[in-house]
Write a protein that binds this ligand. Sequence first.
Ligand code: ADP
Length: 159
Amino acid sequence: MKRICFFPGTFDPVTYGHIDIIERASNLFDEVIVGVYDGKEKSCLFNIDERIDMIENAVQSLKTVIVKRYRNLTAIEAIMNGAGWIVRGLRIGIDFEYERGMAMVNRTISNRVETICLMSRLEYQILSSSRTKEIAKLGGNIDQFVTNYVKNRLIKKIA
Ligand code: ADP
């Protein structure tokens, strides 16, 4: 049977930290479904189509990666897509308690899906979408954080 994982998030916008997790998950699983959460539109800088487009652009060389929007409970959406695993990225300090709580919530919702956390690479430990947006707004260089495609969209959006 195909081993499918579900990587959920807001991706506003996708960063090299997310891309690294997607690449590593694609080495572990037959298929990776990147689930873009479509429920916080108001607090996002980019709309759902823009967020999906930027991820698709970043993962086009990874043939086993699918990008799709969702509005459901994450655990339910994972199961509906045939995924037995939810993948999350862990940065130093900030993510652990939150992810542990989420893993327990997801476990309560269904024991058919297991959460797997991949440690963020050293160079991406302090990288987040919100920090990237802040730096871009202040005119800083974001080349180390996002692809050129995302950078250009971010600059346009902010202008
Ligand atoms: P959410 O709102 O669900 O936290 P995000 O788009 O911020 O959505 O993050 C999606 C996932 O990617 C989360 O598991 C988060 O911990 C992970 N992630 C975000 N930034 C990084 C990074 N720099 N390195 C590794 N994982 C990351």
